[in-house]
Ligand binder design. Sequence first.
Ligand SMILES: [Fe+2]
Length: 182
Amino acid sequence: MTVSTITKMTAPPSTAYKIVDVPEAYADVIKRHGIAGTFVGSAEQESPWVPFGPNAAIRHLLFDTRHNIFSNILWIKSAGVIGTHKHRGTVVMMCLEGSARYLEYDWVAGPGAFIYETPGLIHTLVSDHPNGVKLFGWLQGPLEFYDDNGNFVETVDVWWFINHYESYCREHNIPINKQLYI
Ligand SMILES: [Fe+2]
């Protein structure tokens, strides 16, 4: 492709308010082997806030057991601490409300801030905000939690998060939402 034939796309060209039939060479393969996406609405019936210690809750959004990926919103309800942990995988986070930071770093994440965490990081999450923080997270791989003295406490991974969600649903007669599992 020469420079002159490159189209500069400033925005998607399709503006018609309709479903467009797009060619796909492997449509039959995708039909047989593709995995549907998912959707979880904002209502509590679709995924409840599950307590995570006395001052926090987790709203589970997705479990991918093939890749040990789990997505959720972590809500620290007032100024407080989520314990020291070590990452064995990667984490993508976005601050939705309030603020949070790590004792180990000099930044503070407010609404709209983006956080990326990598294998090997060890840090302690805190919120100094009176209303705490809500953090959207897309997490891959296990995290290890440690106590105040640096003693290993437990590993949390996709199995831990599924159990956290399902145990709460069973105890409160809330139907398991299949949309959370891909
Ligand atoms: Fe972390």
